[in-house]
Design a protein around this ligand. Sequence first.
Ligand code: SAM
Length: 309
Amino acid sequence: MALSLPLDAERYHPDPREPVDRWFQAASASNVRTTTAVVADLVGPSCGAVVDPFAGGGSSAAAARLMGLPFFGIEIDPVLACVSMAKSRATVRHARMLQGLPPIRDLDSLHPVLAMLSTCGGADEVTVASCLAVVLALRASRGAPLGYVEVADDLARRPPSAAAGRLVCADATASEGWRDLSVPQEHAVLYTSPQFGRRSPLLGAPAGLTVAARGILTTAGTDHDRAAAPQDAGFAGTTVAMLRQAASRMRRATVVIEHEPDDEGHDATQEVLEQAAAALPGRVHGARVIACGQFTWRGPLSLIVFDLR
Ligand SMILES: C[S@@+](CC[C@H](N)C(=O)[O-])C[C@H]1O[C@@H](n2cnc3c(N)ncnc32)[C@H](O)[C@@H]1O
């Protein structure tokens, strides 16, 4: 079977025109359409949900949206958790909640908008609309403000899945975040991109934005570990610690893990497969490493793929 792999840079890098996904794209993000094509090739039409325990700026969330699938995500950074939440769950209705409020031109204008939003709807609606406001404040802090009308247009072009998903701000290698995530036990793809190394680009959001994002998530009960900080267990250690958590909650899934060499150029693909097989005895099937191209200074991208059963 010919796979729709990210073999060239155009297919690997995020498309800056992709509605919703274009709101924020991390340097380490992947192309939403390529992700959906890989899921179609590897999982097929039986795929019922996307799970990403290292959700980052939400390329998998946006891919799930494009596929009309519910998204279940974990992300340790509160600002990125808000970005992923907005990309997976925002609707035109949330954009309309913002449209009656002052524009977000800088971080200072976020706070009054959040205060006004808190009286504008039910708790769940307020959370998603507030995450959308965080996205706009993040954009403004980078000198690239985005208006309510542009956001509403994107949302009209890409409605989210009607089925519920969930996102929590937590450490994906520990059990707390997974406890309330209610990931589907079957028919999901776990498609993720763990931190490649310490020199993976960090978000570097203004401290005030991180505090505001944490406040939103705490109020919503989706902030599970205030003290959580990524442990540097290396690519294989972090990935396998996450897989233990996933495997204790998912009976069957197709697992797709993006891998690039770490800061020292070390390739951990075989370690991941060996350690995963040892940590999850009898549950790793059809394991393979699919080589793509080299798109960053780190070295070649590979996809580590297996069926969890
Ligand atoms: C390579 S990035 C993911 C990029 C993502 N695909 C995107 O579209 O932006 C890895 C992400 O994992 C997050 N992360 C690192 N360690 C984590 C952990 N233990 N639990 C949850 N998230 C973690 C980082 O904050 C970062 O956003």
